[in-house]
Each structure stands twice: as C-alpha cells, then as structure tokens.
Design a protein. Structure first.
Ligand code: ZN
Lengths: 250, 468
C-alpha cells in the first residue's frame, strides 16, 4: 500500500511572513526522500476545507493587517473542519501569527480583538505600539525530551497559556511566549503552536519527522520512518547553538 | 548679528572634529570612517547636516527604497557629473543621518563651504522622515519597497507609513519620483505635497508567467481586495489594479520599452519620456532590477535639467559600484559580485546568472549581521529551486553558510554538490578551484560582500574601498 502524506497549507499567500513556506518544503522533501507520496492543498480566503482531506494543516504568520484579514475567514469557514480534523488525530502546526490565531483571541496594539480558533487554550496580547518586539535567535528544550529546537523569533504579542495547553518547551535562550515565564509554544494532542521560525523545520529535522509520523499514523497506525542522513541539518543547528552559547558566555 | 560668530565657531568645530575623526579612522583603517565623523560632528552641532546641506548651490536629491538605492544614486551622480555638476554623495550603506553628515563634512572646508554643488544621498527607508526636514531635498526618489530586515523595522506597512508622515515636512516645490509598478511605493507617496513623476516598464515579453510568491503587495493597500495583475516583472512590480476600489498603476511619465537583457553582461532599453522624446540606452548593469534603477536615475536626471541624449551618453559610460555587478579580473578568471539582500532581488540575480546557461560553480555568502538582517528565514522565500540541475557545485560561505547549504539541499541539489566553507578566502579558493577559466559569480549579502572585497583586496585584485 502506498503511503500518502496529505498536507493542507492555509493562506500560503497571505500568511507567509518569515519564510514560513520552508516548513512545507521540508515536510514534502523528507516524505519524498523516503518514497512517501505527498499532496499539498492550498486553502485561501473563501475556500472551504474538508477535515478528512488532509492529515497535516499548516498556518504561518503575517503582519497585523494580513492577520486581521485571515482571522475573520478562519473563524467563519475553517474553524469547524479544523476542530473535526484535530479531534480525529490530524496534526495542526501553527507558527508566529498563526500560533496567535489558533488561541482564544489576539488583542492587538490598536483596534479590536481578533477572535481565535480556540484549538489551543491560550491568548495573546500586544502591550502597545511602543512596546519592544521580542526578536532574536531562540533555542528551546522540548518538554518530554529530544534535541533542542532552534530558530528565530520576532513578535510583538505576548502569549499566555491556559490550563488545557502544555508548553512546547522551556526557553534556553531567547524570549519565547512572553519573555517572562520561561516557556515557549504550546501543545494539545497533535495541535502545535510556536514562535519558532527560521523557518522551524529545516534545522529541526527530528521535529519535522515527528509531525510526518503523527500525520501518517492517523490512517496508518504504528508507522515508522526510515532515517535520513541529516548531515547539513545537524551542522546548521550546531552553528546556531554555538552562536547562542558564545553570545551568552561573552 | 552679534551671535553669528558663535554659531559659526560651533560649525567649524564640528567640521574640524569630524575631519579629524575621518583622518584617524583612515589611519586605523576602520573602513574609511563613513559614519563616525558625522556622529562626532553632530554631538558638537546637532544641525550640522541641515546647515551644510543648505550650502549646496544646486540643492539635494534623496534616494530611498529597499533595493537599488546605491546603484541609483551612483548612476544619478555619474549623469550629473557629465553635466558639469560636482555631486556630494554618501558612501554605500552609510545611509543614516550620520553617514550623510560625514559625506558633507568630507566635502566641506573648515568654514562649511562645500566643494560640491549637488547632494545625492541614498537614505535608509526608515530614516527618511528624520533627514527630510534637515535636507529639504529638491527631488526625492522612491525606488521600491520589499520586506527586508524585518527584524530591524518590524513590518512593511510601517515603512510606507513613515514615508507618508514625511510628507508634512516636504517642501511644496519638491518633486517625488516614484516607481509606478510598485503599488506599495505608489500608495505611500501619491498623497505627498509637490509634483509626482513616475517611472515604469512596458514590455510584456519580460513578464513572469505568474505573480511570484515573494510578492509583498497581493492585497490592495486601501481595501484589502486582491490586486489583479495584468503583467508582473518581478516581486510585486507590474501592471496592477484593484477591481474593488479602482486604484491602478498610473501611466508612467518615463517608460522603459523594448528591453533587451544580456544576462550578467548588461541590458539595452528605450527610455520613453513621452512628449520629451525617446532614446535608446545601454548599460553594463544586468537584470530587470537594474532596468528599474536606470529608470529611476534617468527620471531624476531629467527632473534636474539633463536632456535625454546626455542621459543616454552618461549611462553608456557608467561603471558599477563595488559589489553591485562589479567585475574583478584574476588572471584567466574573473569574479563578478552580485549583491543579494531579499527574496525578490535574489530571484532576479539567479535568473540573471543563469541566463547564459548552466554554471560549473557558484559562491553564495550569507551573513546575519544587522546590515544584512539578523533573521535568515528569507532564504526560504527565494526560488533556489531554479538552481537544481543547472549548477554543478555551490560553495556556501559566511556566518550562515550552513543555513544556505540546507536551503540548497531542500531545493533539490544533491548533498555532494554543496560545499560549506565559512571562511571567505578559503570559500573563494574552493569555488575558483572548480573553474578553469571564465567568470565566477559571487552572491553575497551586504557585509559578506565587504568581507569578500577585503579578500580580493588582500590578493591585490582591487583597491581599498575608501580609495574608490
Ligand atoms: Zn482596493
């Protein structure tokens, strides 16, 4: 039986602020290198989505203006199907602005609150137009073990988790969710949210494989993935870790 | 009037200190002192920039925008020099207020008299509102707006808003020269006081098959409806309109027609100035992105009184600024550097170097210093895929050599084709090792370009940039 990884990329032309599409490229290539068939569907403004048509849904980030455009459409057309898909074991990965939108609400620096999808128990507030953005290399140690996740963050909003969401990891270097509680990202079941871009997946191949495995296991329980060399990926991650360590000791 | 000598003493002290700082940093070889003299002088006389700029007999021009500032300013200075002007312009990249002040101090005597008569300044996008009130420019050129260095400025809307806010301090006799093909630029400047002159390209043979995903301005700035593009040239440059609110690309005052691109060797085009006539021009600057720079510089020159034939003559004799398509000979081989700084520009550079066929080797050097942008995620917005199967070896260098290597791998290049060498001199050596003769294309970010030029200088191939 041929394995098929079915990806749904939400708002690829609206929410793609920091090379977010790199995450899709990594998922696609890592599946193809293993002989796994891949289909990427793009869902734009106004499109209806089918909870059974994809096993991995991805949402990237945008500027405030784009995020406002996306928020209304998400809540109106995508919330129901995404809830159904997540309940049925599909993976949802939301990065940066997308992370804020899968929470309960986003309170921008100016203007009305944006409603969120409520897939993760969290909320985000922007402290105001004069507040400093949280910018820089970000390294976290994932809860539940595994190698550190590395990337870059750049966000004005501060995110806080409610009791139903667990953090993705503890901040080793950088700001994370809000710059003061030491946590980064959020997980609930197979729904993941994070401020890590860079993009997230190229330098964190184990995490990419975890998402591919979980997505495939929705229809193929117990699936295992063949290992890949990951030589360049490991060097790139090591380079970031070395930089961060050097910056902290110097 | 009895207070005048005091003020002048202050100006003289500021200039003297600035000049001393410049001399000192030249001695110490600290990059030629491109911003420190201005910083020191401004500490003594905060108004030094405005006071010196006012002494330029022919006034000032500013050039702002994400891509092409340096090249456009150099092109314009070159054209104006052939008309007998003595332009004062800031060094590439030294485009904050201190860099502008440094240039004016360098060209002034101790009494503040300028040797030059026309200021041509490239100005950082976000610095525009701060320097405009002091410079009171005659002409302001706005080239394009791309997402670039977002870690420094936040978001692109912010920059467009800054330009609009600069409007209040602009003189009513100012001429704004704006890229008609960039909806972000056009929206940002069309309400400003003064006259608006636009430039753009009309040549559908050079249109892309579809809007690139690097396009920034997919949605109408005013109403949020997706723009309809009849033609796109690169990024979000093209002939757009909004079906909902009616905003559309204006008919340009200066149009580039009948483009003929000769890959990395340059381009030819017809400059059509409508009622002022048309002329065929040739430039060694390669690629569609440089056609926009030629149009911007020509539009500014026409505004400053140049005639079309003189513009064409000057363009033909223009040699590029270092790092911007500059060619350096190394025995049987030569090195051509093409600066990359954001996805749309990188795509254009890739199309340009691939125009003459497959390559045996390419050197890409990526840094993440402040001037490069600290966040390298933009590499994933570049269509690196177009290199797959069309280049045999790629050497990656710079502080983010590994990130570029990973990008190439996922673009479909085999791991064996990718060499990571962080040190610039060894990377150049490795890349040249794959090339018996001909041209090595080097694609660096800004600070990597400075470093590689430093290597070429140590090898005796080029002069120091403070001497150029
Ligand atoms: Zn509109």
């Amino acid at each position: 039986m041929t394995l098929r990884l079915r990806i749904c990329h939400l708002y690829p032309d609206l929410l793609n602020l920091y090379g977010d599409r790199g995450n899709i490229m990594v998922l696609v290539q890592r599946a193809r290198w293993r002989g796994i068939d891949v289909a990427v569907d793009e869902a734009r403004l106004g499109d209806r989505i089918d909870p059974d048509a994809a096993d991995l849904y991805f949402i990237g980030g945008g500027e405030d203006r784009q995020q406002r455009i996306a928020a209304g459409d998400l809540v109106r057309l995508k919330r129901g199907p995404l809830e159904a898909a997540a309940e049925d074991g599909a993976v949802v990965l939301a990065v940066c602005g997308g992370y804020q939108l899968v929470g309960r609400f986003y309170r921008p620096a100016e203007g009305e609150d944006l409603p969120g999808l409520g897939l993760l128990d969290l909320w985000t507030e922007h402290p105001g137009p004069g507040a400093r953005r949280l910018i820089g290399n970000l390294v976290i140690q994932p809860e539940g073990g595994g190698p550190p996740l590395v990337g870059f963050e750049n966000h004005g909003g501060r995110t806080r988790l409610g009791p139903a969401a667990r953090p993705l990891g503890r901040v080793v270097s950088g700001f994370g969710n809000n710059g003061d509680d030491g946590w980064e990202g959020a997980v609930s079941g197979r729904v993941y949210g994070t401020y890590l871009h860079g993009p997230l997946l190229p330098k964190n191949p184990e995490f990419a494989d975890r998402l591919i495995r979980e997505a495939l296991s929705r229809r193929h329980p117990g699936i295992e993935l063949a290992p890949l060399p990951d030589v360049l990926e490991a060097r790139a991650r090591a380079a970031v870790l070395a930089r961060v360590t050097k910056a902290e000791s110097g | 009037m009895h207070t005048l000598p005091v003020i002048d003493l202050r100006l003289t002290a500021a200039i003297a200190l600035g000049k001393a700082t410049a001399a000192l940093s030249r001695c110490l070889r600290r990059g030629g002192g491109t911003t420190m003299p201005g910083r020191v002088a401004r500490a003594v006389e905060p108004r030094v920039l405005g006071r010196l700029a006012r002494r330029l007999a022919a006034g000032s021009v500013i050039v702002a925008g994400t891509n092409g500032k340096t090249t456009t300013a150099h092109l314009l200075a070159h054209i104006m020099r052939t008309l007998g002007h003595r332009p004062v312009h800031n060094r590439a990249g030294a485009n904050l207020a201190a860099g502008l002040a440094s240039a004016l101090i360098e060209h002034a005597d101790l009494w503040g008299r300028e040797r030059g008569d026309l200021g041509i300044f490239e100005v950082d996008e976000a610095t525009v509102p701060r320097v405009v009130p002091q410079l009171a420019p005659r002409v302001a050129v706005f080239t394009n707006l791309f997402r670039d260095q977002l870690d420094r400025y936040g978001e692109i809307d912010y920059i467009a808003g800054l330009w609009r806010s600069a409007g209040a301090s602009l003189a009513a006799d100012l001429t704004c020269i704006a890229n008609a093909d960039d909806p972000l630029v056009y929206e940002a400047v069309r309400g400003l006081p003064g006259r608006l002159v636009t430039f753009g390209i009309e040549d559908e043979r050079h249109a892309l098959p579809a809007l690139e995903h690097t396009a920034e301005a997919r949605y109408c700035y005013r109403c949020g409806t997706p723009y309809a593009y009849a033609v796109t040239y690169f990024g979000h440059m093209g002939r757009y309109h909004c079906a909902s609110c009616g905003v559309r690309r204006p008919a340009p005052d200066l149009t580039g027609r009948d483009l003929s691109l000769a890959g990395p060797d340059g381009a030819e085009l017809t400059l059509d100035a409508g009622p002022r006539g048309a002329v065929r021009v040739r430039t060694v600057l390669p690629g569609l992105y440089n056609v926009y720079n030629v149009l911007a510089a020509a539009a500014a020159a026409l505004q400053l009184g140049a005639g079309l034939p003189r513009v064409a003559e000057a363009l033909a004799t223009f040699a590029p600024a270092f790092g911007r398509a500059e060619r350096v000979r190394l025995g049987e081989r030569e090195v051509q550097m093409l600066l990359v700084k954001n996805p749309a520009g990188f795509n254009e550079v890739l199309r340009t170097v691939l125009a003459t066929g497959p390559l045996s080797v390419l050197l890409i050097a990526i840094n993440d210093r402040i001037a490069d942008g600290r966040d390298v995620s933009w590499l994933w917005d570049v269509d690196v895929e177009m290199l797959a199967g069309r280049v045999a070896h790629v050497v990656t260098s710079g502080l983010r050599a590994e990130d570029m290597a990973v990008r190439l791998l996922y673009a479909g290049l085999p791991a064996e084709a990718i060499e990571v060498e962080r040190a610039y001199d060894r990377a150049l050596g490795r890349a040249l090792g794959h090339l018996a003769r001909g041209r090595l294309f080097v694609l660096p970010t800004y600070t990597a370009m400075l470093a590689i030029r430093g290597v070429l200088e140590r090898w005796g191939a080029v002069r120091g940039f403070w001497e150029t």
